[in-house]
Ligand binder design. Structure first.
Ligand code: ADP
Ligand code: MG
Length: 334
């Protein structure tokens, strides 16, 4: 996104970057449902921070409290050291917000809508066209909002969060309604914003997105943060097994289970899956037995860590489904 201006001074020269977001012991209850349960976290300026978790984990409630759209029952939030609640008009131009249920001026065209939003925030002229271009809506600029597709509306919502060039951007499942191309295009826009020094708080179900974009992620389970770290360190610390996938019928299952280093054998989607912490050793054994033609290797990913943390009986079942439920697999323990 060429129009993004580099942040002039995100932090005092020489000093450490100050926190863009500081959340301290925040809780929020709806009736008898504790949606957010004593969450504390700090997001540095310039950081791309991901908030992950199953449906109902409390992600939207937590980000809306950060944004100043909801009031926490207890605890405190500071954005650049200032409380977003009650509404702080000095803070508004510095933050951009895309919520899961964005409001639109539906009778206006995409361009008019964005111009209205831009005017509210005192954005500079030219930012409207540039932002429409960045989210891939230039061709729809004259289309009324009510006639945009779901994915196009989603992109307009994202544009509305970006048009005034905020320092701190909140995006709540921004790629939910996007096709794969639009999703990748948005990644590029976000990488551009990150490179320009912006701070991004991003909720998603897509673990590949979190891995591709985020400096750090927090995984929220039942309103509580289960872990916070870089995707890389989370994957390394989990020590999940690698998986070797062989075309079914290639190698006898009992024989596979007997290979030194194989910890578990299962069948999944037309493949025999061998789990191991010694992939090199198992690969050479498979090579000796049946050759490596069509054999695929899968190294542990954030998805393994995520499923491990969120697949407790209390976690939402559809989260496991969304990530590819292994429910249908059959297993042989060696
Ligand atoms: P997520 O964004 O992770 O899916 P939410 O923050 O939307 O989670 O919801 C967390 C929990 O709070 C869920 O159980 C949800 O049903 C409940 N909840 C969310 N918003 C409201 C509300 N306005 N009133 C009552 N319950 C709510
Ligand atoms: Mg949500």
């Amino acid at each position: 996104m060429s129009e993004v201006q580099a942040m002039s001074s995100t932090h005092p020269a020489g000093g450490p970057p100050s926190a863009a977001v500081r959340v301290e012991a925040v809780s929020k209850r709806y009736g008898d449902r504790l949606a957010v349960d004593g969450v504390s976290l700090e997001i540095s300026q310039g950081e791309f921070f991901g908030l992950l978790g199953p449906n109902g984990a409390g992600k939207s409630t937590l980000v809306e409290i950060m944004e100043g759209l909801r009031r926490a029952d207890t605890g405190s939030v500071a954005l650049f050291g200032r409380s977003p609640w009650p509404r702080d008009t000095g803070l508004l131009p510095r933050i951009g917000v895309q919520t899961q249920s964005s409001a639109f001026f539906v009778r206006q065209t995409a361009h008019e809508h964005l111009r209205t939003v831009a005017a509210l925030y005192g954005a500079r002229p030219g930012s409207v066209d540039a932002t429409l271009e960045a989210v891939g809506l230039t061709a729809q600029r004259k289309v009324r909002v009510e006639n945009l597709s779901g994915g196009q509306r989603q992109r307009l919502a994202i544009a509305s969060a970006l048009v005034h060039g905020p320092e701190l951007i909140f995006l709540d499942e921004p790629t939910a309604a996007l096709d794969p191309q639009a999703r990748r295009a948005l990644w590029e826009v976000l990488r551009g914003l990150k490179a320009a020094g912006r701070t991004i708080v991003y909720t998603t179900h897509h673990l590949d997105e979190a891995e591709a974009l985020c400096d750090r992620i927090a995984i929220l389970v039942d309103g509580r943060i289960a872990v916070t770290d870089s995707p890389h360190r989370l994957v390394a610390a989990a020590q999940a097994p690698s998986r070797l996938l062989l075309p079914l019928g290639r190698l006898d299952r009992a024989l596979a289970a007997g290979i030194d280093g194989v910890e578990r054998v299962s069948e999944q989607g037309g493949s025999l899956v061998l789990e191991t912490h010694a992939p090199g050793q198992v690969l050479s054994a498979v090579d000796r037995l049946v050759g490596l033609d069509g054999v695929q290797t899968r190294t542990p990913s954030l998805e393994d860590v995520y499923l491990d943390l969120t697949s407790s009986p209390t976690a939402a079942p559809d989260a496991a489904n969304a990530a590819g439920s292994p429910a249908a697999e059959t297993t042989t323990e060696p």
